[in-house]
Design a protein around this ligand. Structure first.
Ligand code: GLY
Length: 319
């Protein structure tokens, strides 16, 4: 709601939306719309508060669950009903000290558990950077029409923002538009963007804190980076933990493994599963295809009982 109002006030491109605090009024409005349409709980909902409804009855059910059945508690006291944008989804980021805005490389993430975006949403099953459809012109448009104006607007509202600003964007036929903002790095996006950073991240953070980001020359590699999440059997539903992970010492030297749901076992060198998204296997390469090949060549060397992962991360389809 805050973000929406800010975007609308400062003319920053985003989906058209209306917000409601009264169920009966929201229901009446929704009944007059056409699908697909987006229904969002206004508050935090552990990443589950947004539904893209493909029919008005589905949208009405969602509205009921949020506002009347209180599926997300007080986060559903207010809803946002929003135009459904179509295009290509992309995560874009900037570092900012509240004045200077420095773009990071962008990334795409994969939220559904199964290939071809099938199955329930997860915390993210993989990511790659930069998106195959980006260009210097698109990156500049995102920075100049969305991210810089947002930082400027926050300062103007007397709420200066410092840190990483993450714009979840839809690149539509009419240009990039904001779906959401996060005040943090993305997960799993940071696992494929930060390996491309050539400047010391601590120097950037210090400059963000000290307000002299204009003094830092932030450099990015021209390479591509791909990361694939290996998840526990059953994730994003229930899953077992404490299963031994083997093969971590058999990977090619240039492969990175980011541990998330793991823990040290009682035997020397033993690593056990300890979460749904267990680890991410990451590689860089001169092209997306090269990085992708390295990752998928190494993944089969890692094993834990029931593990699963998507096979189509960073697979660029010809359109
Ligand atoms: N990749 C989505 C997020 O970090 O929220």
């Amino acid at each position: 709601m805050f973000a929406k109002e800010l975007l609308q006030k400062y003319g920053i491109p985003c989906a058209r939306s209306v917000s409601f605090a009264e169920y009966s009024r929201a229901k009446e409005y929704l009944g007059q719309q056409t699908s697909p349409i987006v229904v969002k709980a206004d508050g935090l909902a552990a990443g589950k508060g947004v539904t893209v409804a493909n029919s008005i009855p589905q949208a009405l059910d969602t509205l009921y669950n949020i506002m009347e059945a209180k599926a997300f508690g007080a986060s559903g006291d207010r809803v946002i009903i929003e135009e459904c944008l179509s295009g290509k989804e992309m995560s874009s980021f900037v570092f900012t000290d509240g004045k200077t805005v420095i773009p990071m490389v962008s990334a795409c993430d994969y939220k559904s558990v199964f290939d071809e975006d099938q199955g329930p949403n997860t915390g993210g099953m993989g990511s790659y950077s930069p998106p195959h459809f980006t260009s210097p012109a698109l990156s500049q448009e995102v920075t100049e029409t969305i991210l810089k104006p947002t930082v400027k607007a926050m300062a103007k509202e007397d709420r200066p923002y410092k840190g990483v600003l993450y714009g979840g964007l839809m690149v539509t036929r009419d240009g990039p538009k904001v779906l959401e903002f996060n005040a943090r790095f993305g997960d799993p996006e940071s696992q494929v963007t930060l390996p491309l950073l050539e400047t010391d991240l601590v120097d950037i953070f210090m400059a963000v804190i000290n307000g002299n980001l204009d003094q830092v020359d932030v450099k990015w590699s021209e390479n591509a980076c791909v990361g694939v999440v290996m998840a526990s059997g059953g994730y994003p539903g229930s899953y077992e933990t404490g299963l031994p992970i083997t093969g971590l010492d058999s990977l090619d030297k240039d492969i990175m493994v980011f541990h998330a749901g793991t823990k040290v076992g009682s035997e020397p060198g033993q690593v056990l599963t300890n979460g749904g998204r267990v680890l991410t296997v990451v590689a860089t390469g001169k092209t997306i295809a090269e990085a992708r090949e390295k990752v998928y060549n190494n993944i089969p060397r890692i094993h834990f009982e029931g593990c699963h992962y998507r096979k189509d991360i960073a697979l660029v389809k010809t359109e």
